[in-house]
Write a protein that binds this ligand. Structure first.
Ligand SMILES: Cc1cc2nc3c(=O)[nH]c(=O)nc-3n(C[C@H](O)[C@H](O)[C@H](O)COP(=O)(O)OP(=O)(O)OC[C@H]3O[C@@H](n4cnc5c(N)ncnc54)[C@H](O)[C@@H]3O)c2cc1C
Ligand code: SF4
Length: 456
């Protein structure tokens, strides 16, 4: 172990290096590149890429429109199924969705670059939106409360507004967007894109935004159910799992930081003002672990290691994301479980791990141990749904108890919860894959179901 004092500092790099490191990770296609890429599409009948898209975008049609230089038409095909198609073009793990299904993989081992084409079409539209693309139906006279302004809540609110309902959109945070604004890695969504997309989405009208309104504190579900014709919950996952090993409280060192908090700080700050350790260890195996590790490197950390309990195939970060981490100089150590934070004089100095292996299909720790030096240890071992705000009632009234399934909100396929007036979607709904695109689909499907119910 190093005997030096902790070295957690901001301003490790020059301004030019920060600008380069936090620029667009996957620069957009030029018009010529987009045309050439669009020409690679076979315009398949029953296109497998469309089947693999959680929002069911008609991919061959939007690609054909790019080939015909009808970019507004291409963007419309995308946005009518996925109102956050601009953000999804940047953040979707296409390598395990549409592009994995593309038939070009068989012939050439290289799919059509659907994500980049989607970005090309939506960027062109947002650069010059022109006349409104979506308009509202005649007012229905019904009002719906949407709680949570992340991808699920935004998609639900937009579709309800299109269908003629009046929407009040509540969010605990000052800005809308959910993890699009506070979670997605900076290099995936540059130039304030998340807020520009939110502003465009709200321009349809009929959506009243009430920010800094926390369910369970400023507003209560039982009151919303009385005051509105229906309620949609898109609350995301507010809790963070512990690492399953002692954290350093006894030594006087602060508790381990959640990777999501580090990422949220970075999304709202100038990278030059965000402190990072010289040696960083990230515990976890998902997208959050990869984003926290890569961004630590890009902030100037010298040595960054992701440590995961199982092998590479067990990680929820895709192979593409694991490669991305390694390309950025992040080391990944597999088959190791956190045992103990090493802290000296109130400062984190490292993390001790036990080696693991599979025995009869069960993960077990072996006798082998090792310690990694670190001034910062980030935990990224998953987030959880926090049910308390849902169950809290206004003073003196009966709380609403929604059924849970594996710790998240239980719903039917349309997102209806155990309460007849309440729907839910996105990460807070049980059984999802915790992807932006899936949250958008949940919001859209729930809005259509709510509309059907309100018109019955
Ligand atoms: C670090 C990180 C990186 C990720 N990267 C990707 C990626 O690259 N690609 C991808 O597809 N997915 C990614 N994901 C997953 C993706 O961001 C989520 O699946 C998606 O944002 C879920 O949308 P949501 O609307 O359900 O929840 P959220 O985006 O979490 O939004 C929930 C909203 O509800 C509000 N809220 C919460 N509690 C309350 C309350 N009590 N009262 C009022 N409002 C409340 C929050 O403020 C927030 O605005 C990432 C997740 C994380 C954590
Ligand atoms: S599967 Fe590939 S080639 Fe076929 S329509 Fe989709 S993008 Fe085009």
């Amino acid at each position: 172990m190093s005997a030096t004092l902790p070295d957690i500092a901001c301003g490790r790099l020059s301004l030019a290096e920060y600008a380069k490191n936090f620029s667009d990770a996957h620069p957009p296609l030029t018009p010529v590149q987009a045309r050439l890429e669009a020409d690679r599409c076979y315009y398949c009948f029953d296109a497998p890429c469309t089947v693999a898209c959680p929002t069911g975008i008609d991919i061959p049609t939007f690609i054909a429109r790019i080939a015909q230089d009808n970019l507004r038409g291409a963007a419309r095909t995308i946005l009518e199924e996925n109102i956050l198609g601009g953000m999804c073009a940047r953040v979707c793990p296409t390598e395990v969705l549409c592009e994995e299904a593309c038939v070009r993989n068989t012939a050439e081992e290289k799919p059509v670059e659907i994500g980049l084409l989607q970005r090309f079409a939506t960027d062109a539209y947002f650069a010059k939106p022109g006349a409104p693309m979506f308009t509202r139906a005649l007012a229905s006279g019904r009002t719906v409360a949407v709680v949570g302004g992340g991808p699920a809540g935004l998609a639900c609110a937009h579709r309800l507004a299109m269908l003629g309902h009046a929407v009040v959109l509540f969010d605990a945070k000052p800005k809308l967007g959910g993890l699009n604004e506070y979670g997605i890695a900076t290099y995936k969504t540059t130039g304030g894109f998340a807020q520009k997309e939110v502003d465009w989405l709200l321009s349809i009208g009929g959506i009243e935004v009430r920010s800094k309104q926390q369910l369970g504190h400023d507003i209560h579900l039982d009151t919303l159910v009385k005051d509105f014709d229906a309620v949609f919950l898109g609350l995301g996952l507010a809790g963070v799992n512990g690492i399953g090993a002692a954290e350093p409280a006894a030594s006087g060192a602060p508790p381990l930081r959640a990777a999501v908090d580090f990422i949220a700080e970075l999304r709202q700050a100038n990278p030059a003002q965000v402190a990072v350790g010289r040696k960083v260890v990230v515990i976890g195996g998902g997208m959050t672990a990869v984003d926290a590790a890569v961004q630590s490197r890009l902030l100037g950390a010298e040595d960054v290691t992701i440590v995961y309990r199982r092998g590479p195939e067990g990680m929820s970060a895709s192979g593409h994301e694991q490669d991305w981490a390694q390309t950025n100089g992040v080391k990944i150590k597999h088959w190791a479980a956190p045992k103990e934070v090493v802290a000296v004089g109130g400062h984190v100095k490292g993390m001790r791990f036990a080696r693991t292996r599979l025995e009869g299909g069960k993960l077990v720790e072996t006798d082998g141990h090792f310690t990694l030096d670190a001034d910062v240890v980030l935990k990224a071992v998953g987030q959880t749904f926090v049910a308390e705000p849902v169950g809290a009632a206004a003073h003196g009234t009966e709380p609403i108890r929604l059924a849970l399934d594996r710790g998240a909100l239980a719903t039917d396929a349309d997102g209806q919860t155990s309460h007849p007036k309440i729907w839910a979607g996105g990460d807070c709904r049980a059984g999802g894959r915790d992807l932006t695109v899936e949250a958008v689909e949940h919001g859209k499907v729930a809005a259509i179901a709510i509309d059907r119910r309100l018109r019955a």
